[in-house]
Design a protein around this ligand. Sequence first.
Ligand code: GAR
Length: 221
Amino acid sequence: MPDQQNAQQKKRIVALISGSGTNMMALHRACEAGYINGELVGVIANKESAGGLAKAEAEGISTAVLSHKDFAERETYDVQLQALIETYQPDLIVLAGFMRILTQPITQHFAGRMLNIHPSLLPKYKGINTHQRALDAGDTEHGVSVHFVTEELDGGPVVLQAKIPVFEDDTAADLQERIHEQEYRIYPLVCQWFCADRLRLTAQGAMLDGELLGSQGYATD
Ligand code: GAR
């Protein structure tokens, strides 16, 4: 029964990072605990200084650095990045604080098996400085989204969001801390769904257990 065997096989996950890699580590721990039917087989950073690299190495996870500074063109960087990712033969690629805009060919190549976590309630605040922008706008609620990656920056179908309150004296750092707590819950959950073959990307949008998800993902209120 090859299908059943496939379903039980652990999915190979590659994480792309630029920074401290705390989301990457949350995913790794969730794999180790058996919460996700997967294994983090590789961590790729676009900077040698990414703090997450040492964390991954300490766990015995294969790491690689592909510096964007060695490439004049975004397109040629992405060609190399795609080839590097492919060496790990991944089932799932997770962007975990990877601060690069990806070009259309690489997003197309990995369509349906690349996820991103973005610290805003998409479609609000695509791009950077999301916490400060939420504060500047006087928002009383903020949040984080996990979505499939498409060629549109932070624009692919949302799978799951988590909301946090914004209090009067909050700083961007306060929001980031509160967001992180939610990130460590929702990203592993979405990866669990994906690795259990419950979640997929279709032409209509993200589907969980055969149901099309709404524009703000699962459990939209
Ligand atoms: C996370 O908050 C993630 O949502 C954000 O970077 C942080 C990485 O933290 N991602 C983006 O802003 C992507 N546009 P980490 O390195 O500790 O996981």
